[in-house]
Design a protein around this ligand. Structure first.
Ligand SMILES: NC(=O)c1ccc[n+]([C@@H]2O[C@H](COP(=O)([O-])OP(=O)(O)OC[C@H]3O[C@@H](n4cnc5c(N)ncnc54)[C@H](O)[C@@H]3O)[C@@H](O)[C@H]2O)c1
Ligand SMILES: O=C(O)C(=O)C[C@@H](O)[C@H](O)[C@H](O)COP(=O)(O)O
Ligand SMILES: [Zn+2]
Length: 364
């Protein structure tokens, strides 16, 4: 796979939604107008502060093509995923006279595309949107699959909608300006895809972990494309998480609890890394996961600089936070664990003593 080629990964339409493609390559913005569609007269480009220039360049380009284009700047990172910022976007759409044939473009990391998709899902009960992810995490995970939403004080992503995009444009050149901390955070979801479905991803990272931390690494395009294929395959058969899609939540039960505990100041990928370490220990202690695969979580996550540990004294709060996880059913906690490499399964209602023992391996 070459960085120069454009790869097209298909996502099937399920549950009455339209199919779409995820494009990976460079200089893909020529594809944008086609995805916005012929019927749109107005386009809103939702972008974070960090991408003010990109947002304005896109707006000017679309205006030059005859659209009434507005740029909506939102805060960076999780500060954008709030009801207040969604309301600010709705106001901008209303003031621009947005109708059902108009379109939203989300340009940014996963926080921005989650918000932009949610705004598109809720405006007039649903308008077209296109995702232009600019982080590793956005490309391999957040922009694909139609989960859109915002956080509340009570928990992560508690308000949202399934609203697939009309297309996803992953321009690898965008990764060159990404701070290394954010680049590495995205590798947590790449590693997740490796453990739940495609172990070649783990082999590629382990072959040169230092190179995996930069967009200039020799396997960048392949790691991104393989991870997108894992996600595309899953959401193509289970958009609304009635079963299989839960495997994409590997590491997220504890991860989201940590994010809430940190008032969304931690990067999602960092929290998911700790959450996957916990899930591996839980799988091991529950008698599901072999030692070698459980230990591999520590080595591969650590090798790229992702965290493994969180504060031991926070366990009671984390346990409380996990109760509102979307996989919970009534009072039953449910965790994605592995029965072996690339064999994800769900562990329901584990013994509280086993949960605490697993956290004992993670807490510091
Ligand atoms: N919808 C889903 O299926 C799904 C899947 C995984 C994660 N998510 C969500 O994604 C979010 C995390 O996304 P993320 O890791 O991309 O973080 P992010 O969106 O918070 O972006 C990280 C930072 O990088 C900046 N940035 C983005 N692109 C840049 C670029 N090219 N150059 C310089 N700076 C840039 C952003 O403004 C932000 O400050 C979380 O809210 C998580 O819940 C959603
Ligand atoms: O797409 C999914 O499904 C996932 O679980 C992917 C996760 O990486 C992502 O963080 C997602 O937003 C979590 O969903 P949630 O339903 O647990 O909020
Ligand atoms: Zn995630």
């Amino acid at each position: 796979m070459s960085n120069e080629a454009v790869t097209r990964i298909h996502v099937a339409g399920t549950a009455g939604t339209e199919p779409y493609d995820v494009l990976v390559g460079r200089q893909l913005l020529g594809e944008l107008a086609g995805l916005i569609g012929e019927k749109a007269q107005r386009v809103a480009i939702v972008h974070p502060e960090a991408l003010a220039e990109t947002g304005e360049a896109l707006r000017a380009d679309l205006a030059g093509q005859g659209y009434e284009a507005v740029a909506i700047q939102v805060p960076n990172a999780e500060e954008a995923k709030t009801a207040e910022v969604a309301a600010y976007c709705w106001k901008a759409l209303g003031q621009s006279g947005f109708t059902r044939t108009d379109a939203v473009v989300g340009v940014g990391g996963g926080a921005t595309t989650d918000l932009a998709g949610f705004v598109a899902a809720t405006w007039l009960r649903g308008v077209r949107w296109v995702a232009v992810p600019t982080t590793v995490l956005g490309m391999v995970d957040a922009a694909v699959g139609g989960k859109t939403g915002i956080n509340t004080a009570e928990g992560k992503n508690l308000v949202g909608a399934f609203h697939p995009p009309a297309g996803v444009l992953c321009d690898l050149a965008a990764l060159d300006s990404l701070p290394v901390h954010d680049y590495v955070s995205g590798l947590a979801e790449v590693i997740k895809a490796g453990f739940i479905a495609d172990p070649v991803i783990l082999d590629l990272i382990e072959s040169d972990p230092e190179a995996a931390r930069t967009p200039a690494g020799p396997h960048t395009a392949e790691l991104i494309e393989r991870s997108i294929r894992v996600k595309a395959d899953v959401v193509s058969s289970d958009l609304k998480e009635s079963g299989l899609r839960e495997i994409l939540n590997y590491g997220h039960t504890l991860g989201h609890a940590i994010e809430k505990n940190e008032r969304y100041k931690w990067r999602h990928g960092a929290a998911v890394a700790v959450g996957m370490h916990f899930a591996a220990e839980l799988g091991r202690l529950a008698g599901r996961l072999d030692d070698a695969t459980a230990d591999r979580h520590r080595t591969v996550l650590e090798s790229v600089g992702l965290p493994l540990a969180y504060r031991y004294d926070q366990w009671p709060k984390l346990l409380e936070n996990m109760k509102v996880d979307k996989k919970s059913r009534g009072n039953l906690l449910r965790f994605v664990v592995l029965d072996g490499l690339a064999k994800p399964t769900v562990l329901e209602g584990p013994d509280p003593a086993v949960l605490l023992a697993a956290y004992g391996e993670v807490g510091e």
